[in-house]
Write a protein of this length. Structure first.
Lengths: 354, 939
């Protein structure tokens, strides 16, 4: 097991990073009045961890007894029947699923399956009525229609069913749903917090941490706790007695993008653009989401850019990212951005150096 | 003589045709006065011919002789002359025609008289325009029939009769009847005007369809090669006998001057539609015989030898392709007919499933018609590229037959052919398609003889059109016709249809408004490559001139726009543009053009996506204009090198593949880990560090017992990680593992399973990941497998020990079981780590312990080695891992194995009271192939 999993807080009491949130959640559970919840925040900030700890707080250890179920659903949608396959994680008291996996058919999942799951109310052993929890991952990937169908479900079965929604960006969740939930923003942990966690782990593992080393990892991790812990473990594996200036292995795809950025800075021509296209394809093929490619590319380019150009380049990056979301073929838009950048940069070079 | 060799000189067949035609030269005086070779011809016929109807003229020519005058003799003599000429050419006519000729000859004891009374039966007055003499001709039923039939045949380009004979005969009857009536009613009139109305019923396209080889408009070279190919079948289809006779003829014809051929070939069109009835000549030995009398005997013998040797052509299938209206189908028909085949056509309107087509081909190949028309058949599969699914069926069958043909030894066709093997091709098959590169045709393309039709020259088309127009009495100018031909890309069919339409409407063809006039522009869809070329290539001045409508910018836009929208496939078009645009050589100092182009592509992508999402298909009309914009920006004069857009498709499929791998892996990871990870964050955050962690650089590939405690500790942790993330090593060659780990070539045989390493294997990127030595990998693989087995058995033992530790068990959930097993693992390897694990996992959980052993080891809290010793000695902890590796490392040394076994036995002797013994029949190495006790697996 990796350290990420090993030192993941199991209960709300163990939570180090978002202690305030954990306290609030605890209070909610104790008051026996748990509303629908919407957790949102960047990846690697601890949303899922908080949710799991919360479930444990509500249902006790039985919440951790989960089994994976791969169920096929037949949905009668008017004239035709749709076959859907959905993987769920179920324990006695809660069901966890990612409706976004169904793509454009997510509406049916929300309309039929979630309703189905929400309908039957659980009875616990002592006969008193309990309530069940539905955890929906990646709600921001749900289509608008699916989100609309979700609203009614939330109200109708609220007596004995709680929804916990989890997503990266609340801006893609409709207003209606947001207003029905208690919104919990899970920030990316600050670097100090990350350092704290790393030191905690170091202590548990009995490692000697040179001063400043943890801070360096935290800085490199982009305030992503998962990544910080992973690179911490990587460093440990690479070279144990840590030295404070030890190299922290970078993410390979980030390295690759920075190579691309270097290429772009070196030469601005359609030919070079063609090479860049090949490299961008490489990244996309390997499942790196295009918006992340674009973002990272901008980041790498900004590092090497004159201050006066930064504003313009950022503007264009945003412009092309917007178009990328509207469109379908991300490569067109990434390439267009690169071309635009090349054009700006070349014009700048010519203006500056003649 | 040898057909295979005389590709360049005119074919014997052609010469033969020409020969036949040259005989006809004596006849043309009938309808073309300037060419008239026989001055002594009687004035009457001449006069009639001026009136333009060949048909009535001919009929009169046969029936005319009677005269009222004393000069009857002279006329009779003339008549005789004429008749002789007729007979002369009739002799070279094909079967049907000969019958006619015979009939005519038989009836030729004509009843002509100056007196009506001298003729019994119906009669008809004929007046000579010059002298005003009048004769009466007997109207004899039979004669009339025959004569008219002949005429009729002539008229509708004799070789190909579009209607059955009985229909024709009926019509001829009727016509003759009507004419006779008319004639008798106005018998006092001097001249009987020919009636021409009948022809209008027919489309010009059919009416003037080439019936003979020389009339074909298509490229001469192609025509000739098609004919040659068909001729190559002769030896196996017709047998050698007929072959030789026809070759006598051919050789004779070959001696004809080729100059005559050359001359006549292009000028032929002026006389085109006159009936040449020789088109079946080569098939009819009787006709050919008396024609080719001047042949040399030696040549014949020579030929006999050669024809025996030549089999069916190398490529058994002929594939004709070209855009519509160039005359592919016509060529196939004419050529086949000319070579004496009966054409069996299968086109898109027929059922073309595999079974049907097979039946049809077999029918063609094996059966011979019992009906009168016993000619061998030739299969013409028209529009083979038409419907993809159906066409495929046909292609498959043909491929099957051809490949079946290849198997038996080549050379003895003459015998085997006739017997008709089930699946061999013994008759020519001609396939016709528009798009040579249709996917369905790919296999066919390789085995077939492919002929690509090119547009006939404009002048040829125009001369033909002009001829037809003259024939139909339509007034046109060559300029207008040229424009029309250019406009339709030399599609003679559409030209003719247009002309006929205009003619019917009594309108003249106008050069100016040719595009706005009746004819719509032809709905051609060009191939994607052509479109890309059009987009990337500037039209040169010359091209532009030839294309009258694209002279201006507007015209260019219009042209491209319609080109692209006709094609329709915007997605592919734009992908292709994207694929190729950066390879172009255009002047672009600060890349403004590139930016513009890519912006346009982005817009088109957005449109596409929006249309797909909202299903507003009407918005697709804006797609072509995007491409036109690009043309304006980047078009160059030089020819671009184009590539089919593969990269996007490749990207899509590879992405799917990788996503599947990722998803499958994600599902294999136990839920207590995977629920915290989305597949996306897997890629972003996890894989790179994980790969580092999985291949630590400071691992010594040495025997396990040589490792220090920290190293063992690390190893155990690594194995733990691998198990919990369900990663293992996979070897490609299983036997290489047992054979030994020293072979360096085996290094590549062990790789991650699932292949997570691939996710960072970018092209041209060297990652700094440390690769483990093969030996290390083997150790890891072994350990991981062992761990898995252990995990399963601990799962079981949990259930077994339920009774002992009930208090603990109720909290130990499934999610915790992984942690538990991890603990046992570390205990097994004797790590210090175990305490940490315990501390983390057991807080708030009590102390779930599956086995008494582990709890004892926890309680002892001693240094690992000691703990191991203790547990090994005291309780049920065999030194399993240790032994396993020891055995594994030295599989050969039996001597060392013995004592170890003894040790194990000694250690576990107290539990030998349980007699259950398992024998390992399969294992990872030979080392394991020995009796092992169950508890050794259970630790």
């Amino acid at each position: 097991m990796l350290w990420v999993d090993k030192y993941r807080p199991k209960t709300l009491a163990q939570v180090i990073v978002h202690e305030d949130i954990a306290q609030n959640l605890k209070k909610l559970v104790n008051e026996q009045d748990c509303p629908h919840l919407l957790f949102y925040g960047p990846s690697g900030s601890g949303k899922k961890t908080l949710i799991m700890a919360l479930l444990r707080q509500i249902f006790g250890p039985s919440a951790e007894k989960v089994k994976v179920e791969n169920r096929n659903w037949k949905i009668d949608a008017g004239s035709r029947t749709i076959d859907l396959e959905l993987t769920t994680l179920t324990s006695t008291n809660h069901v966890e699923l990612s409706p976004g996996d169904a793509g454009f058919q997510d509406r049916y999942i929300v309309q039929e399956i979630i309703k189905e799951l929400a309908k039957d109310r659980p009875l616990d052993t002592k006969g008193k009525k309990g309530f069940k929890v539905l955890v929906l991952n990646e709600v921001d990937k749900l289509s608008r229609e699916a989100q609309h169908s979700l609203r009614r479900t939330m109200e109708k079965y609220s007596a004995y069913c709680r929804l916990i929604l989890c997503c990266n960006s609340s801006s893609k969740v409709t207003e209606a749903i947001r207003s029905r939930c208690l919104n919990i923003r899970v920030n990316a942990p600050s670097e100090e917090q990350i350092v704290k966690v790393l030191e905690f782990i170091g202590k548990k593992e009995g490692l000697q941490l040179p001063s400043g080393f943890a801070a360096r990892i935290a800085e490199k991790s982009n305030r992503n706790l998962r990544r910080a812990i992973l690179s911490f473990e990587t460093c440990r594996v690479q070279q144990y007695p840590f030295t404070s200036n030890q190299a922290i292995p970078p993410m390979d795809w980030e390295e690759y993008i920075s190579e691309i950025a270097t290429d772009i800075m070196k030469e601005q021509s359609p030919k070079r653009l063609f090479q860049v296209r090949g490299k961008v394809y490489e990244l996309l093929v390997n499942c790196i989401p295009p918006e992340i490619v674009l973002k990272r590319l901008l980041y790498e380019l900004l590092k090497k850019l004159d201050a006066e150009l930064k504003h313009e380049v950022c503007h264009w990056a945003a412009y092309y990212e917007h178009r990328m979301r509207l469109g379908q073929k991300a490569i067109f838009h990434i390439e267009a951005f690169v071309a635009k950048f090349m054009s700006i940069y070349k014009a700048f070079l010519i203006a500056t150096f003649g | 003589m040898d057909i295979d060799m005389d590709m360049d000189i005119p074919l014997p067949e052609e010469l033969e045709l020409l020969e036949a035609e040259s005989h006809l030269y004596e006849e043309p005086y009938i309808d073309s006065p300037p060419l008239d070779p026989s001055p002594p011809q009687s004035p009457p016929s001449r006069n009639l011919e001026v009136d333009g109807s060949k048909r009535s003229l001919d009929s009169i020519a046969i029936e005319s002789p009677p005269e009222e005058n004393k000069r009857i003799k002279r006329i009779e003599i003339e008549e005789e002359e004429e008749k002789e000429e007729e007979e002369d050419w009739l002799r070279y006519s094909p079967p049907q025609e000969t019958e006619v000729a015979v009939a005519v000859e038989k009836d030729e004891e004509v009843y002509l008289s100056r007196y009506v009374s001298a003729i019994d039966g119906d009669c008809m007055p004929i007046t000579a325009p010059s002298g005003g003499e009048r004769v009466y001709a007997k109207i004899s039923r039979a004669r009339e029939d025959e004569g008219l039939k002949k005429l009729n045949l002539k008229d509708r380009s004799n070789g190909l009769i579009p209607e059955p004979v009985n229909v024709l005969l009926q019509r001829v009857d009727q016509e003759a009847f009507a004419k006779a009536l008319e004639a008798s009613s106005e018998c006092q009139n001097d001249i009987i005007l020919p009636e021409t109305t009948v022809v209008h019923k027919q489309l010009w396209v059919d009416k003037y369809a080439p019936s003979s080889f020389t009339e074909l408009l298509s490229d001469e070279q192609t025509n000739r090669e098609v004919l040659l190919w068909l001729k190559q079948w002769d030896s196996c289809v017709f047998g050698s006998e007929i072959r030789t006779t026809s070759d006598e003829v051919l050789s004779a014809l070959r001696r004809h001057s080729s100059t005559q051929h050359k001359k006549s070939f292009d000028s032929d069109f002026s006389r085109k539609s006159r009936g040449h009835t020789w088109s079946n000549g080569s098939y009819r030995p009787v006709n050919d015989m008396d024609h080719g009398t001047n042949n040399a005997k030696g040549m014949q013998d020579l030929w006999n030898k050669k024809s025996r040797l030549t089999g069916p052509p190398e490529q058994k299938v002929l594939l004709l392709c070209g855009s519509p209206g160039l005359g592919k189908t016509t060529l196939a028909h004419v050529a086949a007919q000319h070579c004496g085949y009966r054409v069996v056509e299968v086109n898109a309107s027929d059922d073309r499933s595999t079974s049907t087509i097979e039946a049809k081909i077999l029918d063609v190949v094996q059966m011979n018609s019992v009906m009168a028309d016993a000619r061998p058949k030739c299969l013409v599969i028209d529009e083979i590229d038409g419907a993809l699914g159906d066409g495929k069926g046909a292609v498959e069958v043909i491929l099957k037959m051809v490949s079946a043909e290849r198997k038996p030894a080549f050379g003895k066709e003459n015998d085997t052919k006739k017997k008709g093997k089930t699946a061999s091709l013994t008759r020519p098959v001609i396939c016709i398609c528009n798009d040579l590169y249709a996917p369905a045709l790919r296999p066919l393309r390789q085995i077939a003889k492919v002929h690509i039709f090119v547009q006939p020259t404009v002048s040829r088309v125009v001369s033909r059109l002009k001829y037809i127009c003259n024939k139909e009495g339509m007034k046109t100018s060559s300029i207008a016709l040229t424009a029309l031909a250019e406009f339709t890309d030399c599609d003679i069919r559409s030209c003719l249809n247009t002309l006929q339409f205009l003619h019917k409407k009594k309108e003249a063809l106008n050069v100016m408004d040719i595009s706005s006039q009746v004819i719509g522009r032809k709905d051609i869809s060009k191939s994607a490559f052509d479109i890309w070329r059009e987009i990337f290539q500037k039209r040169t001045k010359r091209n532009r001139k030839s294309n009258t409508r694209s002279g201006s910018t507007y015209g260019e836009f219009d042209f491209l726009h319609s080109l692209i929208s006709n094609r329709g496939d915007y997605d592919v078009i734009l992908d292709g543009i994207h694929e190729n645009i950066l390879q172009l050589q255009y002047h672009d100092p600060v890349m403004h053009k590139t930016v513009k182009c890519l912006n346009s592509l982005g817009i088109s992508d957005e449109i596409q996506q929006y249309v797909m999402r909202t299903q507003k298909m009407s918005l697709l009309v804006y797609q072509p204009s995007v491409a036109v914009t690009l043309h304006r920006i980047v078009a160059q004069v030089q020819k671009p090198t184009l590539e089919w857009p593969k990269s996007f498709q490749r990207y899509r499929t590879m992405l799917m593949e990788k996503t599947d791998i990722l998803r499958a892996w994600h599902q294999k990871i136990p839920p207590y880990i995977s629920r915290h990870l989305s597949t996306k964050s897997c890629i972003e955050d996890l894989i790179s560090p994980l790969l580092h962690i999985l291949s630590p650089p400071n691992f010594r590939p040495v025997a396990l017992h040589l490792l220090s405690e920290t190293e063992k500790n690390n190893l155990a942790q690594l194995v733990n990680v691998m198990v919990s993330y369900s990663i293992t090593y996979k070897n490609m060659k299983f036997d290489s593992l047992s054979s030994g780990h020293e072979a360096l070539s085996d290094a590549s045989t062990l790789s991650f399973e699932p292949p997570i390493g691939e996710f960072i294997a970018y092209k041209d990127y060297i990652s700094d990941h440390h690769a483990l030595a093969l030996a290390m990998k083997q150790v890891l693989l072994h350990e991981v497998e062992k761990q898995k087995i252990l995990q399963v058995s601990t799962g079981k033992s949990v259930h077994r020990t339920d009774g002992f530790s009930k208090g603990d068990q109720d909290i130990a959930g499934k999610g915790a079981s992984g942690a538990k097993s991890a603990r046992t693992i570390s205990a097994g390897a004797g790590t210090k780590n175990i305490e940490n694990v315990k501390n983390i996992t057991s807080t708030g959980q009590g102390n779930p312990s599956t086995l008494a052993v582990s709890s004892s080891s926890v309680s002892s809290r001693s240094v690992t080695a000691e703990a191991k010793q203790k547990s090994a000695a005291g309780s049920k902890k065999p030194r399993n891992g240790f032994d396993f590796f020891e055995r594994f490392r030295k599989p050969s040394s039996k001597g060392s194995q013995e004592p170890e076994v003894a040790v194990v036995k000694e250690v576990t002797s107290e539990r030998d009271s349980r007699p259950l013994l398992f024998k390992f029949n399969e294992g990872f190495t030979n080392a394991v192939k020995r009796p092992v006790r169950m508890r050794e697996f259970l630790l």
